[in-house]
Design a protein around this ligand. Sequence first.
Ligand code: S3P
Length: 182
Amino acid sequence: MISLVGMPGSGKSTVGRHVARQLGVEFVDTDHLIEQRIGCSIREYFELHGEPAFRDVEQAVVSEATAMTHVGVMATGGGVVLREANRDLLRERTTVMYLRTMPDDLARRLRNDTHRPLLQGGGDAARRLRQLFQERDPLYRRAAHFVIETQRPSVHGLVNMVLMQVELAGLGRTSDGAAARP
Ligand code: S3P
Protein backbone atom coordinates (compact mmCIF):
# COMPACT_ATOMS: atom_id res chain seq x y z
CA MET A 1 0.00 0.00 0.00
CA ILE A 2 1.15 3.53 -0.77
CA SER A 3 0.22 6.23 1.71
CA LEU A 4 0.40 9.96 1.16
CA VAL A 5 1.26 12.33 4.00
CA GLY A 6 1.70 16.10 4.01
CA MET A 7 0.25 19.40 5.06
CA PRO A 8 -3.41 20.31 4.53
CA GLY A 9 -3.81 21.47 0.93
CA SER A 10 -0.77 19.58 -0.38
CA GLY A 11 -3.02 17.52 -2.67
CA LYS A 12 -2.98 14.14 -0.89
CA SER A 13 -6.59 13.23 -1.68
CA THR A 14 -6.69 14.48 -5.26
CA VAL A 15 -3.32 13.05 -6.17
CA GLY A 16 -4.03 9.80 -4.31
CA ARG A 17 -7.29 9.26 -6.17
CA HIS A 18 -5.60 9.78 -9.54
CA VAL A 19 -2.63 7.57 -8.68
CA ALA A 20 -4.98 4.78 -7.57
CA ARG A 21 -6.95 5.07 -10.80
CA GLN A 22 -3.76 4.92 -12.87
CA LEU A 23 -2.54 1.86 -10.99
CA GLY A 24 -5.98 0.23 -11.07
CA VAL A 25 -6.11 -0.17 -7.28
CA GLU A 26 -8.52 0.93 -4.56
CA PHE A 27 -8.21 4.30 -2.89
CA VAL A 28 -9.12 5.27 0.64
CA ASP A 29 -9.00 8.60 2.46
CA THR A 30 -8.67 8.38 6.25
CA ASP A 31 -10.50 11.70 6.77
CA HIS A 32 -13.42 10.23 4.86
CA LEU A 33 -13.36 7.05 6.98
CA ILE A 34 -13.25 9.20 10.12
CA GLU A 35 -16.31 11.20 9.03
CA GLN A 36 -18.18 7.98 8.31
CA ARG A 37 -17.37 6.79 11.79
CA ILE A 38 -18.18 9.97 13.73
CA GLY A 39 -21.28 10.74 11.69
CA CYS A 40 -20.52 14.45 11.33
CA SER A 41 -17.89 16.65 9.76
CA ILE A 42 -14.40 16.75 11.23
CA ARG A 43 -14.88 20.44 11.83
CA GLU A 44 -18.01 19.81 13.92
CA TYR A 45 -16.27 17.03 15.82
CA PHE A 46 -13.36 19.33 16.69
CA GLU A 47 -15.82 21.92 17.97
CA LEU A 48 -17.79 19.43 20.05
CA HIS A 49 -15.08 17.16 21.42
CA GLY A 50 -11.73 18.88 20.86
CA GLU A 51 -8.57 17.86 19.06
CA PRO A 52 -7.36 15.04 21.39
CA ALA A 53 -10.63 13.13 20.91
CA PHE A 54 -10.28 13.57 17.17
CA ARG A 55 -6.70 12.24 17.29
CA ASP A 56 -7.92 9.12 19.12
CA VAL A 57 -10.44 8.39 16.37
CA GLU A 58 -7.78 9.13 13.75
CA GLN A 59 -5.36 6.68 15.34
CA ALA A 60 -7.97 3.91 15.43
CA VAL A 61 -8.85 4.54 11.78
CA VAL A 62 -5.21 4.59 10.67
CA SER A 63 -4.64 1.31 12.42
CA GLU A 64 -7.59 -0.26 10.60
CA ALA A 65 -6.97 1.36 7.23
CA THR A 66 -3.30 0.34 7.05
CA ALA A 67 -4.46 -3.25 7.49
CA MET A 68 -6.94 -3.12 4.58
CA THR A 69 -5.38 -5.49 2.12
CA HIS A 70 -7.76 -4.49 -0.70
CA VAL A 71 -6.54 -0.87 -0.61
CA GLY A 72 -3.62 0.22 -2.79
CA VAL A 73 -3.40 3.96 -2.11
CA MET A 74 -4.31 5.84 1.06
CA ALA A 75 -4.52 9.59 1.70
CA THR A 76 -4.16 10.72 5.31
CA GLY A 77 -5.04 13.85 7.30
CA GLY A 78 -2.33 16.47 7.72
CA GLY A 79 -1.94 15.82 11.45
CA VAL A 80 -1.56 12.05 11.21
CA VAL A 81 2.19 12.21 11.84
CA LEU A 82 1.77 13.94 15.20
CA ARG A 83 1.47 10.60 16.97
CA GLU A 84 4.45 8.33 16.93
CA ALA A 85 2.18 5.28 16.84
CA ASN A 86 0.74 6.49 13.52
CA ARG A 87 4.17 7.21 12.05
CA ASP A 88 5.34 3.73 13.02
CA LEU A 89 2.26 2.02 11.61
CA LEU A 90 2.49 3.92 8.35
CA ARG A 91 6.20 3.21 7.92
CA GLU A 92 5.88 -0.46 8.79
CA ARG A 93 2.80 -1.26 6.77
CA THR A 94 2.91 1.13 3.82
CA THR A 95 5.26 2.95 1.49
CA VAL A 96 4.98 6.52 2.73
CA MET A 97 5.26 9.43 0.30
CA TYR A 98 5.48 12.94 1.67
CA LEU A 99 4.01 15.60 -0.62
CA ARG A 100 6.12 18.51 0.55
CA THR A 101 4.68 21.95 -0.16
CA MET A 102 5.88 25.27 1.24
CA PRO A 103 3.46 27.04 3.59
CA ASP A 104 3.07 30.12 1.38
CA ASP A 105 1.93 27.96 -1.52
CA LEU A 106 -0.48 26.19 0.83
CA ALA A 107 -1.85 29.51 2.07
CA ARG A 108 -2.63 30.52 -1.51
CA ARG A 109 -4.42 27.24 -2.17
CA LEU A 110 -6.38 27.30 1.09
CA ARG A 111 -7.42 30.97 0.97
CA ASN A 112 -11.12 30.19 0.82
CA ASP A 113 -11.16 27.03 2.90
CA THR A 114 -13.96 26.68 5.44
CA HIS A 115 -13.58 23.00 6.34
CA ARG A 116 -10.25 22.73 8.11
CA PRO A 117 -10.72 23.40 11.82
CA LEU A 118 -7.09 24.30 12.47
CA LEU A 119 -7.26 27.14 9.95
CA GLN A 120 -10.56 28.69 11.07
CA GLY A 121 -11.28 31.20 13.74
CA GLY A 122 -9.91 34.22 11.94
CA GLY A 123 -6.30 35.20 12.40
CA ASP A 124 -3.56 34.87 9.89
CA ALA A 125 -3.88 31.50 8.14
CA ALA A 126 -0.53 31.94 6.37
CA ARG A 127 1.21 32.39 9.70
CA ARG A 128 -0.59 29.41 11.16
CA LEU A 129 0.46 27.28 8.20
CA ARG A 130 4.08 28.38 8.60
CA GLN A 131 3.92 27.38 12.25
CA LEU A 132 2.35 24.01 11.47
CA PHE A 133 4.93 23.41 8.74
CA GLN A 134 7.80 24.09 11.12
CA GLU A 135 6.41 21.65 13.66
CA ARG A 136 5.47 18.98 11.18
CA ASP A 137 8.03 18.99 8.38
CA PRO A 138 10.50 16.95 10.50
CA LEU A 139 7.72 14.51 11.42
CA TYR A 140 6.60 14.00 7.83
CA ARG A 141 10.23 13.39 6.91
CA ARG A 142 10.61 10.92 9.71
CA ALA A 143 7.57 8.97 8.56
CA ALA A 144 8.33 9.11 4.84
CA HIS A 145 10.15 6.66 2.62
CA PHE A 146 10.07 9.23 -0.20
CA VAL A 147 9.81 13.02 -0.24
CA ILE A 148 8.16 14.61 -3.26
CA GLU A 149 8.66 18.34 -3.56
CA THR A 150 5.49 19.89 -4.90
CA GLN A 151 6.32 23.58 -5.29
CA ARG A 152 3.74 24.44 -7.89
CA PRO A 153 3.22 21.54 -10.23
CA SER A 154 -0.17 20.64 -11.62
CA VAL A 155 -2.09 17.66 -10.23
CA HIS A 156 -1.03 15.86 -13.40
CA GLY A 157 2.65 16.63 -12.69
CA LEU A 158 2.35 15.43 -9.12
CA VAL A 159 0.57 12.25 -10.09
CA ASN A 160 3.41 11.49 -12.50
CA MET A 161 6.03 12.16 -9.85
CA VAL A 162 4.33 9.75 -7.47
CA LEU A 163 3.98 7.14 -10.22
CA MET A 164 7.65 7.52 -11.02
CA GLN A 165 8.57 6.82 -7.40
CA VAL A 166 6.23 3.83 -7.41
CA GLU A 167 8.06 2.55 -10.46
CA LEU A 168 11.50 3.20 -8.98
CA ALA A 169 10.55 1.46 -5.76
CA GLY A 170 9.32 -1.53 -7.72
CA LEU A 171 5.80 -1.14 -6.38
CA GLY A 172 3.80 -1.86 -9.49
CA ARG A 173 0.62 -3.89 -9.51
CA THR A 174 0.66 -7.40 -8.20
CA SER A 175 -1.38 -10.14 -9.80
CA ASP A 176 -4.29 -9.61 -7.39
CA GLY A 177 -4.51 -5.95 -8.38
CA ALA A 178 -3.17 -4.53 -5.13
CA ALA A 179 -0.13 -2.31 -4.96
CA ALA A 180 2.78 -4.30 -3.66
CA ARG A 181 4.13 -3.77 -0.17
CA PRO A 182 7.49 -2.14 0.42
C1 S3P B 1 -5.76 18.18 10.03
C2 S3P B 1 -5.90 18.02 8.68
C3 S3P B 1 -7.15 17.57 8.05
C4 S3P B 1 -8.01 16.77 9.03
C5 S3P B 1 -8.17 17.52 10.32
C6 S3P B 1 -6.84 17.83 11.00
C7 S3P B 1 -4.46 18.66 10.55
O1 S3P B 1 -6.86 16.81 6.89
O2 S3P B 1 -7.48 15.51 9.28
O3 S3P B 1 -8.84 18.70 10.03
O4 S3P B 1 -4.17 18.50 11.75
O5 S3P B 1 -3.67 19.21 9.75
P1 S3P B 1 -6.27 17.48 5.52
O6 S3P B 1 -4.79 17.36 5.58
O7 S3P B 1 -6.85 16.63 4.46
O8 S3P B 1 -6.74 18.87 5.47
